[in-house]
Design a binder for this molecule. Structure first.
Ligand SMILES: *Cc1c(COP(=O)(O)O)cnc(C)c1O
Length: 566
């Protein structure tokens, strides 16, 4: 076995900066081949680490191994989602280190080992990501399963996972010899038990707070992680001190968001609106906002990478440069787009037998299949949809997205989409690509003509897939929620659905549906089919106005200034 410590310290010493920030996330999607993520939260974590590496920000990442991933999605003839285990062999991509640590779960010691992944930034700066693993000889069978299934199992399993991530995470860093960490950043409340370990060591609430930063991602109370207090006490034992209980429980349950809020000196939501929503949800706390982004190099498709390299060299390390996209010739933008579009259309025709056409207007919708995102809003009135396609111009719709195994509503939605696809055959071409993941996302955000996003307000904390689309000149058509409140300039970077920015009410499905169809019919399709030059101008604005800002390079700089070094 290699000397892990030497291996770890070396990359930082090249630049001269020892790691100062530990970034904790239940899921991290940093590489298409490492399936330890389920959706937006994990992809954001991966993109964050990549931008930290590009910017030489001294961070280490901590997550769970999630050896069986989330799940592999198959869809049967009737549209039923079938969940299969993922075959991921950690040793193909990660290095097992000799360092170990221990946590106590329900009074029993559980040994943890750790795997290393190293991400190399654009200038050569390397950021280590540590994947905690409880599948160690000597642990009980149940304990050995704890780091296998991302968001799997029951409440007790989940609580045990969070003990491993938070407490195990803080301890493994110390075991690995990281002595200079002075900020612990919790990406969502899952890692909040780390604060209990710091409190045990420091015995001083203020000193823990000085070190902790918390990013919340959930805009509704029901979405926050919480555990029965009795179970939490049994599982955590002495790690959960009585004196803080009034501050970290809500309605008799241990609330991970409250725990993280209590022990953090800096807290933020992930878009301006989400900051507001969080402040009203948790009065008495000071909550800032830093709007999410995506890692530009990761999400720009190959044809656009070539185009950007030619016209805007330097955009990879400094995506602000994408502002100058305004000077790129429209024909070249269209050519790059068509190349990305052909790749996607070929893929859906091969894989889903979709019979789609390169020249037809193509709408993309891909994200977690869950009720609040309303994946089938555009299918709510299929007669109207068919009428629009037949009178204004052909429409193709490409879907993808997994429903959480326990989300029956989400699964029903996939089924409904499947059935509608059969009904619409010959009138509006549709495809549902199974097993949505980062590779499929990358192909879809670049290959469609319009990115559709229909969350029910104010449920979408930020959303990031529309930012990926903008990086490929693809405009978004979406509800004014999350990042889109900041990114939508009507008819310039895309279009809004439903109430205007100044109106602050919850979404009404009927109103939104009507607005969706009417804008599609009267503004969007005619612009695409009859006014192509102006359409491409919109594409260009997406890159110049939105990609230049909604990237993790800008986001990380804000974290450094506002969260880490204050
Ligand atoms: C970007 C991404 C998401 C997040 O999409 P949202 O629009 O923010 O919901 C989810 N899954 C994958 C695989 C992604 O790449």
């Amino acid at each position: 076995m290699v000397d892990a410590t030497a291996k770890l310290e070396e990359p930082f010493s090249r630049i001269g900066g020892k790691p100062k920030i530990a970034y904790f996330s239940m899921e991290i999607g940093i590489d298409e081949h490492i399936p330890t993520y389920s959706g937006g939260l994990g992809v954001l974590a991966g993109d964050t680490i990549k931008s930290c590496a590009d910017l030489n920000v001294p961070v280490v990442g901590i997550t769970l191994l999630s050896e069986k991933g989330y799940f592999f999605q198959k869809i049967d003839e009737e549209g039923n989602q079938i969940e299969l285990p993922i075959n991921f062999i950690p040793s193909d991509f990660l290095t097992l280190l000799p360092t170990r640590t221990e946590v106590t779960i329900e009074g029993r010691p559980v040994t943890l080992q750790v795997w290393l992944y190293q991400y190399r930034g654009i200038g050569g700066y390397i950021i280590p990501v540590f994947f905690l693993d409880s599948n160690v000889e000597g642990n009980s069978d149940w304990e050995r399963e704890l780091t296998k299934y991302l968001y799997g199992g029951d409440q007790k399993y989940r609580l045990a996972q969070e003990i491993i991530l938070g407490i195990g995470g803080v301890r493994i860093l110390q075991q690995l010899g990281y002595k200079t960490i002075d900020r612990y950043h919790m990406n969502e409340g899952h890692a909040a038990f780390g604060t209990l370990e710091l409190y045990r060591q420091l015995q001083d609430i203020e000193r823990v707070r000085e070190q902790c930063v918390f990013t919340t991602h959930t805009p509704v109370p029901a979405g926050h992680d919480q555990f029965e207090l009795g179970m939490a006490k049994e599982m955590l034992g002495e790690m959960l001190p009585e004196e803080i209980l009034p501050d970290v429980t809500y309605e008799g349950r241990l609330n991970m968001t409250k725990l993280a809020l209590f022990f953090s000196h800096y807290v933020n939501g992930v878009a301006k609106k989400h900051g507001e929503v969080s402040r009203s949800m948790f009065p008495g706390y000071s909550i800032d906002s830093i709007t999410n982004g995506v890692h530009s190099t990761t999400w720009v498709s190959e044809p656009f990478q070539r185009l950007f390299d030619k016209h805007m060299p330097g955009w990879r390390s400094d995506p602000y440069i994408l502002r100058s996209a305004f000077s790129i010739n429209k024909d070249e933008i269209w050519e790059a787009h068509m190349e990305a579009k052909r790749t996607l259309i070929d893929y859906v025709n091969n894989r889903c037998n979709a019979g789609m056409d390169y020249d037809d207007f193509t709408i993309g919708f891909a994200r977690r299949a869950t009720a609040y995102k309303r994946p089938d809003l555009i299918l709510a009135d299929i007669d109207r949809l068919v009428h629009i396609a037949e009178t204004v111009g052909p429409i193709q719709i490409i879907y993808a997205g997994k429903a959480h195994p326990k989300d029956t509503q989400g699964k029903e939605t996939i089924k409904r989409i499947y059935n509608t696809m059969k009904t619409l055959r010959g009138k509006v071409k549709m495809a549902f690509i199974p097993n949505y993941n980062m590779s499929i996302a990358k192909m879809m955000v670049a290959g469609v003509d319009l990115w559709l996003n229909t969350p029910r307000r104010p449920m979408e904390a930020s959303g990031t897939s529309g930012m990926k689309a903008a990086h490929n000149g693809v405009p978004q058509f979406g509800t004014l929620d999350g990042w889109w409140l900041e990114g939508c300039i009507e008819n310039i970077t895309g279009w809004s659905i439903g109430p205007e920015k100044t109106e602050d009410q919850a979404s009404d499905d009927e109103v939104d549906k009507n607005d969706l169809y009417s804008k599609l019919e009267n503004r969007i399709l005619p612009k695409f089919y009859l006014d192509r030059g102006n359409w491409i101008r919109t594409m260009r604005s997406c890159i110049a106005i939105n990609a230049s800002f909604f990237n993790t390079n800008r986001m990380v700089q804000q974290y450094v200034l506002n969260a880490y070094f204050i």
